[in-house]
Ligand binder design. Structure first.
Ligand SMILES: NC(=O)c1ccc[n+]([C@@H]2O[C@H](COP(=O)([O-])OP(=O)(O)OC[C@H]3O[C@@H](n4cnc5c(N)ncnc54)[C@H](O)[C@@H]3O)[C@@H](O)[C@H]2O)c1
Length: 249
């Protein structure tokens, strides 16, 4: 049986100016797919786009978009489509963490984390459904976390948002799988990115994080891009709409 060719449609990566998102965008571009980079930080996303464009042989488009504002999606997606065409893949890497235990957490801070990590993932996927279902091999990847699966008292809003991503992925896979769109989540362990930089400066915390990992070390974004990036870059052997999530070290 001949393997089906990998799709070559453009992929939207949010949180693409930094860490895992930037690494995902690089692996997707290297696979031959145009990439649309969105991030909250205008200077950082412009710079990340320029860096990638210098080495990529595919179109690279960078834009400052706050994914916690669904009212921005239509205009920003139309701007992207007018350059690269309909979007065939989506990796939601935009994320924030708030290290406040539940006893001291404000409702506003709770909402902020949920809006960026979870709500944006759902509503952006919804905005992309016409694109995703109009072409072969489309896929969506949500970024969960090991903290969706294990208890960590310092980050309740983050843990709830990431557990929500796993539930949402199963629901989206049930809705979109029969329409030919794969939906998956990746649950990275601890990865050395700007999100963790403060924690990693504290030697004791860094050692505790490494101790919790199977490989007994904090990972690097290049490893986790190999999972999340390749989920959307290539067509895996599984059938469309596989209702799965998986762990990445
Ligand atoms: N680093 C880890 O150990 C780790 C572990 C598990 C999961 N994750 C998840 O991986 C994803 C990427 O995290 P990272 O470690 O690369 O962090 P990072 O801080 O390096 O990157 C996150 C990016 O998201 C962007 N962002 C934040 N709010 C946004 C908004 N409202 N709109 C658009 N962009 C926004 C930031 O500007 C930043 O560039 C996040 O969802 C995070 O929760 C990270």
């Amino acid at each position: 049986m001949n393997p089906q060719p990998s799709p070559d449609s453009p992929v939207l990566v949010t949180g693409a100016a930094s860490g895992i998102g930037a690494a995902c965008a690089a692996v997707i571009a290297a696979s031959g797919r145009p990439v649309v980079l969105w991030d909250l930080d205008p200077a950082a996303v412009t710079e990340a786009g320029a860096r990638l464009e210098a080495v990529a042989s595919v179109p690279v488009l960078a834009a400052a978009v706050d994914v916690s504002k669904p009212e921005l999606y239509a205009g920003a997606l139309d701007a992207a489509r007018s350059v690269v065409g309909p979007i065939g893949g989506f990796v939601h890497c935009a994320g924030v963490v708030d290290s406040t235990p539940m006893s001291r957490l404000s409702a506003e801070a709770w909402r902020r984390v949920l809006e960026v990590n979870l709500t944006a993932f759902g509503f952006l996927t919804a905005a992309l459904i016409p694109d995703l279902t109009s072409q072969d091999g489309s896929s969506v990847v949500g970024i969960g976390s090991v903290n969706a699966l294990v208890g960590q008292g310092a980050i309740p809003s983050y843990s709830a948002s990431k557990a929500g991503v796993l539930g949402l992925v199963r629901s989206l896979a049930a809705e979109l799988g029969p329409r030919g769109v794969r939906v998956n989540a990746v649950c990275p362990g601890y990865i050395a990115t700007p999100m963790l930089s403060r924690s990693l400066e504290d030697t004791g915390r860094a050692e505790r994080m490494a101790g919790l990992a199977m490989l007994k070390r904090v990972g690097r974004p290049r490893r986790s891009r190999a999972s999340s990036g390749s989920f959307s870059a290539a067509r895996p052997p599984s059938s469309p709409g596989a209702r799965s999530w998986w762990m990445a070290a």
